[in-house]
Design a protein around this ligand. Structure first.
Ligand SMILES: O=C(O)CCC(=O)C(=O)O
Ligand SMILES: [Fe+2]
Length: 423
């Protein structure tokens, strides 16, 4: 297993007060080559810390899925049906809008493949449904299948680490998407303000991306996020050409979508892709900011019942249903990820990721420093004391912050030219 680490100079830079959301000059889209894993630190700073998108060329073409799930650049319908035929999958009809999404239904995978094969051989007829299989947890449901290797660039993935280490939760953020030419995904930013990466196994995707903040001009007349930027939902003159990026992703290429970047996606050909949503030290601050902002929105919505008993708990329930995570889950997640790093550091062990990569000492320390920064903001929230889970915690955040301090201060010495006091 190859060791990935952050270089000393990058470590210092990444720990500085750098704020990706205010560095306007940096905003851009790059297509880059797939450098060897020794270049991890460079990718980490240029794309993850700076929250800048890119396409990585020639990244996925050797995967088992790229080699075996396709024939001459088209889906291998027979092989895929043989492997996964009886699975139940969720499919969206890209021609039917339902509230602010596409209408979805459940299907048996082999029925979906039979539909797809015929729809494509009939040249995607305009009068038929255009079905898109989305968010399929194939890797969780078929854990023994060899499908792909997580690229080193995306190996620091706390979200999937957490779910893969807790199988009883029966969830993850590793997905397969499959759909004919013409299928598409409406405008959105990703769940929890996470990062995403997406690899094309076959086919082509067109992406339209907007940096954080640009959603201001992407609202319809009711103030809701536009469903489709192409329809008169958004006034074309409001979209600034240097704050929107249209890129085409070819087979074998992987796109990195940073935190809080809105995007709309079209399959320009019959396409299969694999993607992860992920959170790590570089975007945990954005995740916290969105969690808090979503709670504020919930509180505003139900402010008329503020006097009821358990109002704060009720708001947390609503937060869970709108954002997908509440304060308790956020804390338990950070506690798990942080504790695992403290243990590995104390035992002088590297930390493995996706059974493929291993993280070095500076990486684990960086993770801990960022967890601590967010926990300091977390404990500053007045309402924590109103939430029963907080007083029932065996490991409250104040103690955990102390543990992090002890570990980090024990490892970081004068080798690092930043102020130990701020840790
Ligand atoms: O490929 C698609 O249709 C959508 C993918 C997406 O939104 C993502 O990877 O974040
Ligand atoms: Fe997305």
């Amino acid at each position: 297993m190859e060791v990935l680490n952050i270089d000393k100079s990058d470590f210092n830079f990444a720990l500085s007060e750098f704020d990706p959301l205010i560095v306007e000059d940096e905003i851009g889209f790059k297509t880059i080559s797939n450098q060897p894993a020794e270049c991890y630190s460079n990718f980490f700073v240029e794309h993850l810390v700076k929250n800048q998108p890119c396409i990585i060329k020639a990244c996925a073409q050797d995967w088992t899925s790229s080699q075996h799930w396709t024939i001459s650049g088209k889906p291998n319908y027979t092989l895929l049906k043989d492997k996964f035929g009886s699975a139940q999958v969720s499919v969206s009809d890209c021609k039917v809008k339902y509230y602010n999404a596409h209408q979805t239904k459940s299907m048996i995978f082999s029925d979906f493949m039979n539909y797809w094969e015929k729809y494509s051989s009939d040249c995607w007829p305009a009068n038929e449904a255009c079905l898109y299989l989305k968010d399929w947890h194939l890797m969780k449901n078929f854990p023994t299948e060899s499908v792909y290797v997580v690229p080193y660039q995306f190996s620091s993935d706390w979200l999937n680490e957490y779910y893969m280490d807790h199988p009883h939760l029966d969830d993850d953020y590793r997905f397969v998407y499959m759909g004919p030419k013409g299928t598409w995904t409406p405008l959105h930013a990703d769940v929890f303000t996470s990062f995403s990466w997406s690899a094309n196994i076959c086919g082509k995707k067109k992406w339209l991306l907007f940096p954080p903040g640009e959603e201001r001009v992407l609202k319809d007349e009711c103030g809701n996020l536009a469903f489709d930027v192409r329809l008169g939902d958004v006034s074309a003159s409001d979209i600034s050409p240097n704050r929107s990026f249209t890129v085409v992703q070819e087979p074998g290429e992987v796109i990195f979508v940073p935190s809080g970047w809105h995007h709309q996606v079209w399959n320009e050909d019959d396409t299969i892709s694999i993607n992860h949503n992920w959170i790590n030290a570089c975007n945990i601050h954005q995740v916290w900011t969105s969690l808090k902002a979503n709670l504020e929105a919930v509180k505003k919505e139900v402010s008329d019942c503020q006097d009821m008993d358990d109002w704060f708990e009720h708001c947390q329930l609503m937060l869970k249903s709108t954002f997908g995570m509440n304060y308790e889950e956020f804390y338990r997640f950070l506690f798990y990820i942080g504790t695992k790093r403290i243990e590995h550091l104390n035992q002088n062990e590297l930390l493995s990721s996706f059974q493929t990569w291993k993280f070095g000492r500076e990486h684990m320390l960086y993770d801990l420093v960022k967890i601590k920064e967010v926990l300091l903001l977390f404990i500053d929230c007045d309402e924590l004391v109103e939430l029963p889970f907080y007083s029932e915690l065996n490991n409250p955040p104040e103690f955990f912050i102390n543990d992090i301090n002890n570990t980090v201060n024990g490892f970081l010495s004068s080798e690092y030219d930043f102020d130990g006091n701020c840790l």
